[in-house]
Design a protein around this ligand. Structure first.
Ligand SMILES: [Zn+2]
Length: 250
């Protein structure tokens, strides 16, 4: 495959070895996409000598973004310890402890089958269990407030990536409207985007638990809350028989 793979351990424990193993079936996949214009810039920088000096800054910005995302993820990670009981809004009531997470990162430059331009992205595979910092034992990860963590990850990732590239390469970013993502306006790449549609990578068959970071910030976008549901509470759209992926829900 053409994609580049790797693993980093930024304050988290490795979940699996991507060179030799598949993600555990119950892992949660968090998908981080660099802005498409950054992929375009990376592509142009690999094509000729004029922009080759930008390859380093782009990689550096990407690493800054992923590090910030992992930091916010690790900071908010908690486990549920002992018995938990149904609480309001599909949450549970019980003891929670700060935890060290199991996360494996797989980094890709492009999406297989779509070689028109680079689409820099990272898959973060998150384990369903984590290690309590209080007693060192493993417990179920608390996913009740995950939509908040997810939103914080998204803003941390984008802010770090944008700041890094502005500082090292002098680029300028668009000021996006609500729900849109910032893209590069200097160099003027924003106008090229219609030629390069957004494509998500399916390196590993997407798990039902895939979250595209930046999509789906609403409370009812959190599928993990359903695990706390009482028997009489309603089904969610993604539980329908014809629903085959979390991406469809956002
Ligand atoms: Zn990928």
């Amino acid at each position: 495959m053409t994609a580049e793979q790797g693993i980093t351990r930024l304050g988290v424990l490795p979940l699996f070895d991507p060179a030799a193993e598949e993600p555990p079936a119950d892992a949660i996949e968090l998908y981080l996409e660099a802005p498409l214009t950054v992929g375009l810039l990376f592509h142009l920088a690999t094509e000729g000598d004029d922009l080759r000096h930008l390859l380093g800054p782009v990689e550096e910005a990407r690493e800054a973004g992923v590090a910030a995302a992992l930091e916010s993820l690790a900071h908010f990670g908690e486990v549920k310890v002992g018995d938990h009981y149904p609480g309001p809004n599909l949450t549970t009531i019980g003891r929670r402890e700060p935890a060290q997470l199991f996360v494996t990162r797989v980094r890709h430059v492009g999406v297989d089958g779509h070689h028109d331009v680079a689409r820099l992205h990272d898959h973060l595979y998150l384990g369903r269990r984590a290690v309590s910092k209080a007693d060192g034992r493993q417990y179920p990860l608390d996913l009740d407030s995950f939509q908040q963590t997810h939103a914080l990850m998204d803003s941390a990732y984008r802010r770090a990536l944008q700041r890094s590239l502005a500082a090292t390469a002098g680029v300028k970013w668009s000021e996006p409207r609500e729900g849109e993502r910032a893209e590069l306006v200097a160099p003027p790449l924003l106008g090229c985007l219609p030629d390069y549609p957004r494509v998500l990578c399916h390196w590993h068959r997407p798990l039902a638990q895939r979250w595209v970071v930046g999509d789906g910030r609403r409370r009812h976008d959190n599928p993990f809350l359903l695990e706390n549901r009482r028997p009489h509470e309603a089904r969610a759209p993604w539980e329908d028989d014809d629903f085959d992926g979390w991406e469809r829900a956002v």
